[in-house]
Design a protein around this ligand. Structure first.
Ligand code: NAD
Ligand code: UFG
Length: 350
């Protein structure tokens, strides 16, 4: 039974990935500070597995801790050694993720995201664990009109959050180069993760007012926000609204599992992979699908373009598909249905 450390495992993507790893028989150590999550997600993971008749006794351990404190990270490694099942690999989700906040308070973002990652990598070296899957983002790319983004396209982030992600990718490249026969590294560039587990027990739990489209749609539908303000109607897209590559969080979780299996089985290497569906959906198409699938109204109006926005951000996902044999097969309707189920069952989050 392989032991895996999941940083940020209580968060949106981390909780769905932790659940999947537990379903597949891994031993999971989670470290999370709860700065943007709640311990309820961990209780819910256990509840889902219990319902499925899956025993997680001695397989799920939690450390409330902050990556900025190396001793918190060491606790997880020490625990795994005590159990004579040392952590084999890390999936590194922990980080602050609001573009807006990163512009307002860049130092906080650099401090949390970069220092946290450096501490993690140092502790990993100390315990001879040199296998890591990192949560990067499509936000690192310089976007180009109506062109699918490929891993070797130019990267040119336009905000501190994106700069953090690209910097971490570069740190990972540097440590790989320093010991290429030792490290197995994957940076996964996610496109727009949405949806929720079909049970409606875990999902995205934004603190405060969300900035992203999807949680705003569910909050408008449930009556917490009056309407969606669509940022621009004059983009060079089919209907004038922004196009994105929305991906179901469960497809994303499967991408992590396959990446982990791949890097552990293959020779040491460094990989960068897009995790998106390859299909673009406009804001209007998304709202229409949400209304049709869930039979609810989502009022909207058009406002000015949002600063720093792009017309079209869609993945060329052929590399991840061919290397991992990964097939993201949940469509926009599934994303709308599952996220709404989560919102209805948890109108105030966890
Ligand atoms: P999330 O905020 O739900 O999860 C991140 C988790 O990390 C939270 O539980 C938070 O409490 C924890 N955390 C933050 N800083 C920490 C620290 N210093 N020590 C310990 N725990 C800490 O976010 P998510 O949507 O699940 O995203 C996971 C990762 O994927 C993030 O790195 C994010 O930047 C990246 N990503 C997310 C998206 C997206 O749209 N959701 C897109 C691309 C990339
Ligand atoms: N949008 C609106 N109104 C809103 C919110 C968003 O019209 O209230 C539009 C945006 O203009 C864009 C689309 O909906 O066209 C998606 O916007 P989001 O804010 O949901 O997502 P972004 O693509 O801007 O960014 C997200 C995350 C980033 C991540 C990126 C990866 O916020 O952290 O996806 O591509 F890096």
């Amino acid at each position: 039974m392989k032991s895996i450390l999941i940083t940020g495992g209580a968060g949106f993507i981390g909780s769905h990935t932790s659940l999947l790893l537990l379903e597949k028989g891994y031993k999971v150590f989670i470290i999370d500070s709860f700065i943007n999550s709640s311990d309820k997600s961990l209780e819910r993971i256990s509840a889902i597995l219990k319902k499925q008749g899956i025993n997680i006794e001695d397989r799920l351990y939690f450390i409330k801790g902050d990556l900025r404190k190396p001793s918190d990270i060491e606790k997880a490694f020490e625990m795994s050694f005590k159990f004579k099942n040392p952590i084999r690999a890390v999936i590194h989700f922990a980080g602050l993720k609001s573009v807006y906040d990163s512009v307002k308070d860049p130092l906080n973002y650099w401090e949390n995201n970069i220092n946290g990652t450096i501490n993690l990598l140092k502790v990993m070296e100390k315990y001879s664990c040199k296998n890591i899957v990192f949560s990067s983002s499509a936000t690192v790319y310089r976007t180009q009109a109506n062109k699918l983004l490929k891993e070797d396209d130019i990267c040119e982030p336009v905000n501190p959050y994106g700069n953090n992600k690209l910097t971490i990718e570069n740190i990972l490249k540097d440590i790989y180069k320093s010991e290429p026969s030792q490290w197995r590294i994957a940076s996964l560039r996610y496109f727009n993760p949405v949806g929720a587990h079909e049970s409606g027990l875990i999902g995205e739990n934004p603190m405060g007012t969300p900035n992203n489209l999807y949680p705003r749609i569910t909050q408008v539908a449930i009556g917490k926000i009056n309407e969606i303000k669509i940022y621009g109607s004059d983009w060079q897209t089919s209907d004038g609204t922004g196009v994105r590559d929305y991906i179901h969080v469960l497809d994303l979780a499967e991408g992590h599992l396959l990446t982990l299996d791949y890097i552990l089985k293959e020779n040491p290497q460094i990989l960068t992979l897009n995790l998106g569906t390859g299909k673009g959906t406009s804001v209007l198409e998304f709202i229409n699908t949400f209304e049709t699938v869930n039979k609810v109204k989502v009022p909207f109006s058009f406002v000015e373009r949002r600063q720093g926005d792009n017309a079209f951000v869609v993945a060329d996902n052929s590399l991840a598909k061919s290397i991992l044999n990964w097939i993201p097969n949940r469509n926009i309707k599934d994303m709308c249905r599952d996220g709404w189920n989560w919102q209805l069952k948890n109108p105030n989050g966890y």
